[in-house]
Design a protein around this ligand. Structure first.
Ligand code: HEC
Length: 100
């Protein structure tokens, strides 16, 4: 019994941080954009390095996205911050977070 509790606590301690991290930019991007934007998905593959940071900053703010993505404003801000940090003209461009 004691061993079981220790095992469960270990499993929980491994699972919980990844749940917390799911709120991070890359995870959120993969979840909320990657659901449609993927190989064989309903929209073309999209990655942060596809656009410059200034473009990402304005893209959603100006309502350029063609379909409703049902994402809260707070979550969208996290994703846009992530996209900008890894945009084409950033220090760490990310071109293949979603594989082409
Ligand atoms: C419900 C499905 C869906 C979700 C979720 C979604 N998109 Fe889209 N997106 C589309 C569709 C459909 C198009 C238009 C067709 C295409 O570009 O393949 C599009 C187009 C785009 C374009 C224009 C294509 C281009 O190269 O300029 C960008 C940029 C884009 N989406 C980024 C995103 C980002 C970033 C997210 C996450 C915040 C996101 N999308 C979430 C469906 C979605």
């Amino acid at each position: 019994m004691q061993k079981r509790i220790v095992a469960m606590a270990t499993v929980l301690s491994l699972v919980l941080p990844s749940v917390a991290l799911a709120a991070g930019g890359e995870e959120l991007f993969l979840q909320s954009c990657g659901s449609c934007h993927k190989k064989g998905g309903q929209a073309a593959v999209v990655n942060p390095a596809d656009k410059a940071g200034s473009v990402w900053e304005k893209y959603f703010a100006r309502g350029r996205h063609p379909v409703d993505i049902s994402l809260s404003d707070a979550d969208l801000q996290v994703v846009v911050a992530y996209l900008t940090a890894h945009a084409a003209d950033s220090d760490q461009p990310a071109a293949a977070v979603i594989p082409k």
